[in-house]
Ligand binder design. Structure first.
Ligand code: BJW
Length: 252
């Protein structure tokens, strides 16, 4: 078990009512059995997922990229939210102002009851027409023959943000706004290597926000964070709330 001893300052901030920002990455879904991008277990059929998450890879080989995303959709559909998702949803319920900004595309935060969720990198459950740019929801676990095509005849692509592509403007704007205002920022399960998401805690720190990192490994953010907990989010987050006298239990 990871020892979790938050400072009195952090306990005060957790109990308080000031604006809170949570920034999450793939590590938050690791305990639900979903692979992260980097590090051990982060491979798909021996390939580096970050090499598949590019417009170039999709142009060169849409079928392989679609096979990767079809596999991710099936994994995410079969997964259930874990204690980390539950604790973040409970934290949102227990205080007024909290924004959850996620780099994850799996939808587990939403399924676990988090309401104020900003998705920086899109969603596995949205498809986009490569000709018209039109997006549609598609929750099927089996997309049929790959790659999928739009009614207009053009190739469909996953509604996610690949390297070199712009993030949804409203999403990154909401993230930056929340970072500037946040009294407390919880940065959970991200390698803090991918920008502009990795900039958000730095923006918050520069504006006087208290930055807390939850990650078993050190990251480039570790040196900037005011406090850090080296353990799995599904253990650390409930323990943090318990130490602050708050409930981490999921409810409807
Ligand atoms: C646990 C755990 C447990 C394990 N508990 N923790 C500035 C500097 C340098 C480069 C750039 C820059 N600005 C922009 C760039 C370029 C680029 C970038 O950042 N490159 C760097 C890699 C060098 N950024 C972009 O290209 C972005 N676009 C952009 O900037 O556009 C500009 C533009 C403007 C106008 C017009 C056009 C362009 C887009 C980035 C998109 C990233 N997309 C992906 C794929 C999304 C779809 C999909 O999911 O398939 O997003 S890549 C991948 O990385 C995915 C993730 O969301 C993202 C971040 O990864 P994450 O979540 O941190 O996962 P991991 O695996 O890296 O880390 C997991 C962590 O969990 C580890 O630390 C573990 O230790 C930990 N962990 N178990 C807690 N139980």
């Amino acid at each position: 078990m990871t020892e979790v001893r938050p400072s009195p300052k952090l306990v005060e901030l957790l109990r308080g009512t000031g604006p809170l920002l949570a920034l999450t990455g793939a590590g938050v879904s690791a305990e639900s059995g979903l692979a992260t991008f980097r590090g051990p277990g982060g491979l798909w059929e021996g390939r580096d997922p970050t090499e598949l998450a590019t417009p170039q890879a999709f142009r060169d080989d849409p079928l392989t990229v679609w096979r990767f995303y079809a596999w991710r959709r099936a994994q995410a559909a079969a997964a259930t939210p874990n204690r980390a998702h539950e604790t973040l949803a409970a934290l949102e319920r227990s205080r007024g102002e909290m924004l959850l900004v996620t780099q994850n595309v799996d939808g587990l935060h939403e399924r676990c009851g988090s309401r104020q969720v900003v998705r920086l990198h899109g969603s596995l459950w949205r498809l986009r027409c490569t000709a018209e740019g039109r997006e549609l929801d598609d929750l099927r676990t089996d997309l049929g023959e790959l790659p999928p095509y739009c009614d207009c005849g053009a190739l469909l692509r996953p509604g996610v943000v690949w390297f070199g592509e712009a993030l949804p403007e409203d999403a990154i704007e909401a993230g930056v706004r929340a970072a500037r205002q946040a009294a407390l920022v919880l940065v959970v399960g991200t390698s803090s290597l991918v920008y502009p998401a990795a900039e958000l805690p730095r923006i918050a720190a520069a504006a006087g926000g208290y930055v807390v990192e939850v990650n078993p490994e050190t990251t480039p953010l570790s040196a900037v964070a005011d406090e850090r907990f080296a353990g799995p989010a599904g253990e650390v987050l409930p323990a943090l709330l318990e130490a602050a006298g708050l409930s981490s239990e999921a409810s409807s």
